[in-house]
Design a protein around this ligand. Structure first.
Ligand code: FAQ
Length: 315
């Protein structure tokens, strides 16, 4: 078959909702963009542990500490499923980690903001996991099999994360004035960066058109962002708090909430490495990687020992 015929049969498969598997023929650009997106997603889960890890030792009760540890541990697991999915596209985990640690690889802009108070743990769960899950529910139907299957598992855990975030804020919203102020302050700081998580406007999104044709993405950045705003604008009423957007208003004609202009200059600044915590996040990841070297070496030595033992038994 010529490349042209292969491309036609590949697109037919996608259009018929047949998943693409690692050993199937795929256009090089499909492989590359999946690898790009899945590895960025994996890095986001790993770096995403840092802002929350910051609060494990300061959680207000043993119960909250246990919940937070479990959540951060879940994010590590998500990163590992995603690195495994990315490896099926012909790269190694070592390479991906090296690209993250050197600053070459991207990860979600959201994790470059600081977590200043306990209420941030609620806001991260409710808004950040809330945004992540909308995007990830769509990705359960992505066309690349290993990515779609990883997403099904991740979404189950992520929906729990969002609910625990909302519950944390609900408790604060019913507390003292100081607790209510803390809750509102966290919402004010996390709202706009959460909207940026969905990526640039569709008109500026370089990858969307092709990714939609290949059904890697099933909804555009703007569609998902609007869905998120409509959902949160309703949920916030239960908290008795407000969203920091004077232009947020229900539009009966569009049947959606209108909202104010996102600060895209801030977004691109953060993506380029100049956000409030970019340097700290990379330094922390590099430190963790270096300090974990002995664990990796020990695991490799143990695996080699076991392999030797099995080979000796078989001989
Ligand atoms: N941050 O053409 P598009 C989580 C880049 S997981 C940084 O629209 P695309 C769980 C983009 O890479 C959160 N960079 O790109 C958790 C591209 O650059 P490139 C992560 C961004 O890929 C919760 C350029 O801009 N989720 O939160 C961002 O079609 C709590 C042009 O953009 C995922 O990764 C950004 N926000 O659409 C963990 C989901 N947005 O690569 C811990 C999977 C865009 O050409 C605690 N990813 N860029 O150099 C996706 O769905 C897509 O990749 C999008 C971007 C929608 C993020």
């Amino acid at each position: 078959m010529s490349i042209h015929d292969l491309e036609i049969s590949f697109q037919n498969k996608i259009d018929s909702e047949i998943k693409i598997e690692p050993k199937d023929w795929m256009p090089e650009a499909y492989r590359k963009t999946n690898l790009r997106q899945i590895s960025q997603h994996a890095h986001s889960e790993i770096v995403g542990m840092l802002p929350e890890g910051n609060w494990i030792s300061r959680a207000p009760s043993l119960k909250r500490k246990a919940i937070l540890i479990a959540k951060v541990q879940d994010e590590a697991g998500h990163g590992l499923y995603l690195y495994s999915a990315a490896e099926t596209l012909g790269t190694s985990r070592e390479q991906m980690v090296a690209d993250l640690n050197s600053g070459k690889a991207k990860y979600s802009s959201i994790f470059n903001y600081p977590t200043l108070s306990w209420a941030d743990m609620g806001a991260v769960g409710w808004l950040v996991d809330g945004a992540a899950i909308l995007n990830q529910v769509m990705l359960c139907r992505t066309s690349y099999g290993p990515y779609a299957r990883a997403m099904v598992r991740i979404c189950k855990e992520e929906s729990f994360h969002q609910r625990q975030g909302f519950e944390t804020l609900l408790v604060l919203s019913k507390g003292t004035k100081e607790q209510r102020d803390m809750c509102q302050d966290a919402i004010n700081r996390w709202w706009w960066p959460s909207l940026m998580m969905f990526g640039p406007k569709d008109s500026e999104s370089t990858n969307s058109d092709q990714s939609m044709k290949w059904k890697i993405k099933r909804k555009t950045n703007d569609e998902l962002r609007q869905q998120f705003i409509d959902m949160i604008a309703e949920q916030i009423k239960l908290l008795g708090m407000t969203l920091p957007d004077a232009n947020l208003k229900w539009n009966a004609e569009r049947k959606h909430y209108d909202f104010g202009e996102i600060n895209w200059e801030e977004f691109w600044n953060v993506v380029k490495g100049n956000g409030p915590c970019n340097k700290q996040r990379l330094a922390d990841r590099n430190k963790a990687h270096d300090e974990g070297a002995w664990v990796r070496e020990a695991a490799m030595a143990y695996a080699a020992k076991r392999k030797n033992k099995t080979a000796n038994k078989a001989a």
